[in-house]
Design a protein around this ligand. Structure first.
Ligand code: NAD
Ligand code: DEZ
Length: 399
């Protein structure tokens, strides 16, 4: 079989060579010519999988090693499969990787919020956080923040409170100190009144506190970026932390300059998250072709480069939390690199696209918080509790 895959998918050979010959291509510019002989098509979020791409391909399995599926024309795939069923042809199987990088997004939000509270001389427990969308990311984030003593106001019209905890109205969540978005991008024709395109518009920004902080790690156009820029011009204390941009890989550099933190769509880019995405799609592919699952992610994940943090007797909880979270993931590094790189493009569109994609392609190795072992003195129950709540693998030191 021929496998055509986005060159940025990690562990392609390790997981997929048993299926056949792998041809790697640039995901953003993948064409129908590239996939004309593909039996298996493996993509990430930058490849539009639609009629134009696959109509003339013999593809039997399509996998996206990502959480989001908005780049896949699922309606077309559905129609195609109905047609195939009518003609007694095998359907084209599809799989995404639900939850694969949810942990990394939670870590991103924790790192970003820890920068925000430092700036405002606050602690986590001072905050209320509105979580919009209580799926794989939002649910994990809620659990983590509540364990850390943060007040969470969660919204999800498609979930039951019995399943995900207390749910509130959107207007209530918008009143929180921090509003964090964890929803898919959906349009009115598919999701009616719950469509998320420009969910955060001028009207909803007005409902937020004048010094609130908006965090967008889901999809750029969930926020009306023009309205956000105008809102921040009006409210000097309003902050935003943006990982996903309307029109990316091109983006509004004025908006970037005004954001408290700006990153190039890397919230989910931990090594664990990316590799887990490949593993999940591999498992679905094995199922489609009736092969046993021989490969496991644990075989390939390297040891974390920082294996352990050890705290002494006198460290304040606030300092320990900040140190541990940012030892695993320091969002300000990504922010600094993105600003300096994109400002050098002077906003020239082609240069901006190239640099944005290079920042993502050459992203440095980063691990998930639960991979970090933290040792605390046994008498510091407070520290143990706070670090475990934040997701660390906490061990007690000797008395
Ligand atoms: N920046 C990144 O690197 C990155 C990484 C992972 C995911 N994402 C994005 O984040 C999104 C969320 O990820 P997830 O894994 O939690 O997805 P998910 O599908 O598990 O959860 C999304 C949740 O949003 C809810 N929802 C849908 N419309 C809503 C609305 N109008 N209001 C409130 N809730 C609504 C759904 O019911 C669902 O529970 C993904 O769709 C993806 O686009 C980005
Ligand atoms: O949907 C997702 O999983 C994320 O947005 C993912 O991190 C996107 O990464 P990409 O596919 O663009 O490499």
């Amino acid at each position: 079989m021929q496998i055509v895959a986005d060159e940025n998918i990690p562990l392609l050979e390790q997981f997929f060579s048993e299926f056949g010959e792998i041809r790697k291509v640039a995901g953003r510019t993948m064409t129908s010519e590239d996939v004309k002989d593909a039996d298996i098509l493996l993509v990430r979020s930058v490849t539009k999988v639609n009629e134009t791409l696959i109509a003339n391909s013999p593809v039997k399995f399509i996998g996206t090693c990502t959480i989001g599926t908005d780049h896949i024309d699922l309606a077309y795939l559905d129609a195609l499969n109905q047609q195939r069923r009518a003609n007694n042809q095998q359907k084209i199987a599809f799989s995404s990787a639900p939850g694969c990088n949810a942990e990394a997004v939670v870590d991103y939000v924790l790192s970003a919020v820890s920068v925000l509270i430092d700036k405002r001389d606050q602690i986590f427990q001072d905050l209320s956080v509105g979580i919009i969308g209580v799926g794989n990311v939002g649910f994990r984030l809620r659990r983590r923040l509540e364990a850390m003593g943060v007040t969470v106001i969660a919204v999800d019209p498609f979930k039951d409170a019995e399943e995900v905890g207390e749910l509130s109205a959107l207007d209530d969540a918008l009143k929180a100190d921090v509003v964090s978005l964890h929803i898919p991008i959906t349009l009115a024709e598919d999701a009616a009144e719950h469509a998320t395109y420009h969910l955060i518009n001028e009207q909803r920004l007005q409902k937020m506190q004048p010094n609130a902080c908006l965090i967008n790690t889901c999809r750029g156009s969930v926020v009306d970026n023009t309205a956000l820029k105008a809102h921040m011009d009006k409210y000097a204390d309003f902050e935003s932390i943006i990982d996903v941009w309307e029109g990316e890989p091109n983006l509004d550099l004025q908006l970037m300059n005004r954001c408290m933190l700006a990153t190039p769509h890397i919230a989910g880019y931990s090594l664990d998250g990316k590799m887990r995405g490949t593993e999940q799609v591999y498992q679905a592919c094995c199922q489609t072709f009736g092969l046993p699952i021989r490969n496991k992610l644990a075989q390939y994940l390297p040891e974390p480069s920082i294996k352990k943090i050890k705290f002494g007797d006198s460290v304040p909880v606030r300092q320990a939390l900040r140190t541990a979270i940012r030892a695993v993931y320091e969002v300000r590094v990504d922010d600094g690199i993105m600003r300096s790189t994109l400002l050098r493009t002077n906003g020239e569109p082609q240069a901006m696209r190239t640099q944005f994609d290079l920042l993502r392609k050459n992203y440095p190795l980063r691990r998930d918080i639960p991979t970090m072992r933290v040792e605390v003195p046994s008498k510091r129950q407070d520290l143990q509790q706070a670090l475990a709540a934040a997701g660390f693998d906490v061990r007690m030191g000797k008395r």
